[in-house]
Design a protein around this ligand. Structure first.
Ligand code: IPE
Ligand code: IPE
Ligand code: MG
Length: 252
């Protein structure tokens, strides 16, 4: 654990935090390592997923305190369908469980819930629980808690390309008007700023098909900590490290 003192610290007054120009607006997290956390304890993998749910709540609370505007959490990937059905079923029940326990607290904290991904292909019980939370929180203007659920970046980009071809076909748009900005509006992340900081827990250093377009200039931060062990202090350390970086975007 780094000994650095984070800017983002519970002791800091809100005004000081708000004045930090280098604070990330949008943090995206690949929450990895649940299965290994459980296996290390001789428990079934699903025990790790269950434990990971309380980490989600801890990090959401920390993000609210740190004045982050958007928190995007990679919850279930389009590739995760390759897992045993019993594990998939368990994971896809967790959004309902999470919301059942934590939705009142999220509402109290002015959090708005949204999702990115192929929502319609999720089981009905998952969609119903998440849709309910979206409706309940749609007017909140605090942290946007964005769950990447059945999300895959290549699927997202292909889906965008098909829609663009269709809109070209029926003259809704012209080829000349198609630029990076217009292309972005066809992605699930339409209207959201690109992530400033990407965190991946669990020791792997790869994207696993997460936000390939949107992460073009994002700062990356990796930790070996498994997701159920990740906590507010580690999160604040990531924010602190981010603040030390110089983003050049190709300039000097
Ligand atoms: C991340 O933990 C959660 C999901 C992918 C849904 P994993 O289940 O991938 O845990 P490890 O990587 O096998 O330890
Ligand atoms: C990435 O983790 C997906 C989520 C965290 C939801 P994985 O565990 O599925 O990634 P790989 O398979 O190790 O690349
Ligand atoms: Mg994994």
């Amino acid at each position: 654990m780094s000994m650095k003192i984070p800017f983002f610290n519970k002791q800091l007054k809100e005004t000081e935090m708000a004045n930090l120009e280098s604070a990330p607006d949008h943090v995206a997290i690949i929450m990895d390592g649940n299965g290994r956390w459980a296996q290390k304890r001789g428990l079934p993998r699903i025990a790790g997923h269950k434990e990971g749910v309380s980490t989600v709540n801890k990090i959401v609370k920390a993000a609210v305190k740190a004045n982050i505007k958007i928190l995007t959490l990679y919850t279930f990937s389009t590739e995760n369908w390759k897992r045993p059905k019993s594990e998939i079923d368990f994971i896809l029940k967790l959004p309902k469980e999470f919301l059942h326990i934590y939705l009142p607290g999220l509402i109290e904290n002015n959090v708005r819930i949204e999702t990115i991904g192929d929502f319609d292909a999720l089981p009905k019980h998952t969609r119903d629980a998440v849709q309910y939370a979206k409706e309940k929180t749609k007017d909140n203007d605090g942290l946007l808690l964005n769950f990447a659920l059945n999300y895959g970046s290549r699927f997202e980009i292909m889906h965008a390309v098909k829609q663009i071809m269709n809109d070209l076909d029926c003259s809704k748009i012209t080829l000349d008007s198609l630029d990076e900005n217009l292309f972005s509006t066809y992605l699930y992340t339409n209207g959201l700023s690109d992530p400033d900081l990407l965190i991946r827990t669990g020791g792997e250093q790869r994207l696993s098909n997460f936000l390939l377009w949107q992460l073009a200039y994002t700062e990356f931060w990796f930790t070996d900590d498994l997701w159920p062990d990740f906590n507010e202090t580690t999160f604040l350390n990531a924010l602190y490290d981010y603040q030390q970086r110089k983003r050049r975007y190709g300039g000097i």
